[in-house]
Write a protein that binds this ligand. Structure first.
Ligand SMILES: NC(=O)c1ccc[n+]([C@@H]2O[C@H](COP(=O)([O-])OP(=O)(O)OC[C@H]3O[C@@H](n4cnc5c(N)ncnc54)[C@H](O)[C@@H]3O)[C@@H](O)[C@H]2O)c1
Length: 371
């Protein structure tokens, strides 16, 4: 295992996660190294493909690969039955074979959709994840969760289908809209809080250097930090592939985040922004329970702000609605919300006995800031 390579190990499989600047240039040789020699079905989106698709296809063809490519519209709405069927039609009419592989070039939307295609076409073919958002590099493209949305809710149809490899080229983040990059940092901060205090400290240390994306991506410490944030996801899914135990810790900040996203209409707040607000709320709940020091609540708040992320929501939302929405979260069991709460920077506990009074007080503060 070289320096840039992490390894996901599950009961059924093992695969590398590579995070490095210029990593896409090594794709042809790495595919050959994995024994993938069939045709390649490149799926990307309309914002990503023009930047990286043509050059990648050219490289693959130069290495004697047959490539086909298809672009979906950029955005969450593409995680749909319509796009799924469009891709199936394209692949089946193009005579896809079991030995072929799907290449998912894009953010979490492309990764989830293309991953689900790979999980289901011909009862499953290989997929290689090529994430191009920070969120996908450290979270969505690792762990094998794939799927599409249903009109009644997000991610309701899908499958676990581990990729054969996740190859993240940090150079692609230079074209990512800055707001999307900031949203990705929320998940990196989350990974520091739940499992890696040194990662948290280094995120503090480099916040100023990383603020400007163009310069930040080229900073010598950048790829290393992204890799260490990805390493947390690798460790958690290796310990708990099917979300029966430790994987719930990745839900830190998400209980309130999901409710906020639903209450504000998806799209107004980016997921990472909602997670930032959710982490601050969870830290405050932990503090009120005597689990987490006030100084650490403040330290986390400062780091969230240093990456240009919010800790409260400007418009007033009805706390009753938030409380109701939180009870509908997928992670609720026997009508109890399972809160992932920090006990120190670098460790969390799961508690399902948090009093509604405490939660409501914190939610009211998050939803109606005094300005
Ligand atoms: N499978 C999982 O475990 C998992 C985990 C977390 C999130 N998700 C899913 O991921 C999705 C969100 O992913 P996301 O935040 O990456 O969003 P996204 O895929 O929509 O990408 C965000 C935006 O950036 C654009 N973009 C992506 N990379 C770019 C680049 N390098 N240059 C220029 N533009 C670029 C995209 O076209 C899009 O407009 C959600 O659907 C969520 O459900 C899945």
């Amino acid at each position: 295992m070289n320096n840039n390579q992490l390894l996901v190990t599950t009961a059924m499989t093992q695969y590398p996660v590579i995070v490095a600047i210029g990593a896409l240039d090594t794709l042809p040789e790495r595919l050959a190294g994995l024994g993938l020699r069939g045709a390649l079905w490149l799926i990307s989106d309309s914002a990503v493909y023009p930047h990286y698709g043509p050059a990648l296809e050219q490289q693959l063809r130069a290495a004697d690969y047959t490539t086909h490519s298809l672009t979906i519209p950029s955005g969450e709405a593409s995680k749909s039955q319509e796009q799924l069927w469009r891709i199936f039609d394209w692949m089946i009419s193009g005579n896809v074979e079991r030995r072929d592989a799907v290449l998912a070039l894009g953010g979490g939307v492309v990764g989830d959709l293309a991953g689900f295609v790979a999980a289901s076409v011909l009862r499953g073919i290989a997929v290689v994840q090529l994430p191009t958002t920070l969120l996908a590099m450290i979270d969505a493209a690792i762990g094998g969760k794939t799927g599409i949305n249903h009109s009644l809710g997000k991610n309701l149809i899908g499958a676990f289908h581990q990729p054969r490899m996740t190859l993240a080229d940090t150079l692609t983040l230079r074209t990512l809209p800055p707001r999307e990059l900031r949203a990705g940092w929320a998940e990196a901060i989350k990974h520091g809080v739940i499992r890696d205090a040194a990662l948290f400290s280094d995120l503090e240390r480099y916040a100023d250097d990383f603020r400007d994306p163009e310069r930040g991506v080229l900073h010598p410490a950048f790829s290393d930090l992204v890799r260490r944030a990805a390493a947390v996801k690798v460790a958690v899914v290796s310990a708990d592939e099917r979300e029966q135990g430790e994987r719930i810790t990745l839900n830190y900040g998400h209980t309130l985040a999901h409710a906020l996203e639903a209450a504000t209409g998806y799209g107004r707040l980016l997921h990472g922004e909602a997670v930032a607000i959710g982490m601050h709320a969870a830290a405050q709940i932990a503090e009120r329970l005597g689990l987490f020091a006030l100084a650490d609540v403040e330290r986390q708040r400062r780091l969230i702000a240093a990456y240009g992320l919010p800790t409260d929501f400007l418009a007033t939302i009805d706390p009753d609605e938030i409380m109701t929405l939180m009870m509908r979260d997928k992670k609720v069991q026997r009508k109890r919300i399972r809160w992932v709460l920090p006990t120190a920077i670098g460790s969390v506990v799961v508690r399902d006995d948090v009093s509604e009074v405490i939660v409501r007080a914190v939610v009211e503060e998050a939803c109606a800031p005094k300005r």
